[in-house]
Design a protein around this ligand. Structure first.
Ligand code: ADP
Ligand code: MG
Length: 245
């Protein structure tokens, strides 16, 4: 099986310090992969490398045969790599539905938006599907600014979904959420797997424990352990890093 994303021996240096150090990671299509590691492990830097924000000093990053280290950020996004940042960036003065509508049409560009004012059936379907997945169908007419922190985060996941990315990168999705919202987020992310390939970055091991997917543990810019959570959490190297943190 060929990997959807193939990161090989990537090193990123900042003033001589290796934020990523000979990092190798592959993702299969349809996978939900959790990447965990203490603060400073290199998780966000890895996302930056995949999305073209940061160029590696060594190594290769391939996505469906494309060499991402040679492409500008917008072309990487166009290949179908969507990223959700930690802070939600919804349009507060627009409804939930409009937020999804605006991001859907973003795909077609401003010209299309000006000339054709009505949504196509494909776009409508894509919005309905996203609303269902993020559990905000009933709140479609609510202003995004009035949503709870957790609901805003889900809406932003929806705004990525309507762009139909092949690979979805989500950085620390549950920061600042209530326990109930955390559980709901786990369900949402788990429901995306299969049709989407999703990478979730978290420093909190408890979050990853209940998602029950394959886990990669990063430490000092390198893969420390990888596998099913129940195995990884018993790995003495992982225990040491987490207890020592
Ligand atoms: P994580 O997301 O796992 O907490 P990061 O990828 O943000 O870790 O950071 C990894 C290491 O690289 C940290 O020690 C951080 O201070 C350092 N780092 C990240 N970005 C930069 C930068 N632009 N310049 C210098 N050092 C950086
Ligand atoms: Mg980070």
């Amino acid at each position: 099986m060929t990997a959807l994303l193939d990161v090989q021996h990537v090193t990123v240096r900042f003033d001589g310090f290796r934020a990523l150090n000979d990092l190798t990671l592959t993702l299969e299509s349809g996978e939900l992969r959790c990447i965990v590691g203490p603060n400073g492990a290199g998780k966000t830097t890895l996302m930056d490398v995949i999305t073209g924000k940061t160029r590696p000093d060594a190594g290769t990053v391939r996505f469906e045969g494309h060499d991402l280290t040679r492409l500008p950020e917008h072309e990487i996004a166009r290949l179908g790599i969507g990223r959700k940042f930690q802070r939600p960036t919804v349009f507060p003065g627009h409804t939930v539905f409009e937020n999804l509508e605006l991001t859907t049409r973003g795909k077609r560009g401003v010209f299309h938006k000006l000339v054709f004012s009505r949504l196509g059936s494909e776009e409508l379907h894509s919005i309905e599907r996203a609303l269902e997945l993020i559990g905000l169908s009933d709140l479609r007419n609510s202003l995004a600014g009035l949503l709870s922190h957790g609901q805003k985060q889900w809406l932003e996941i929806g705004m990525l979904l309507v762009q139909e990315p092949k690979l979805l990168l989500v950085d620390e999705p549950v920061a600042g959420m209530t326990q109930h919202e955390i559980e709901r987020t786990e369900q949402i992310l788990a429901s995306l797997a299969g049709e989407h390939t999703v990478v979730v970055v978290e420093h909190d091991m408890d979050f990853v424990r209940s998602i029950a997917s394959k886990v990669t543990v990063l430490h000092e810019g390198h893969v420390l352990a990888e596998g099913q959570m129940r195995d990884v959490q018993q790995d003495p190297k992982v225990v040491e890093v987490y207890l020592g943190a």
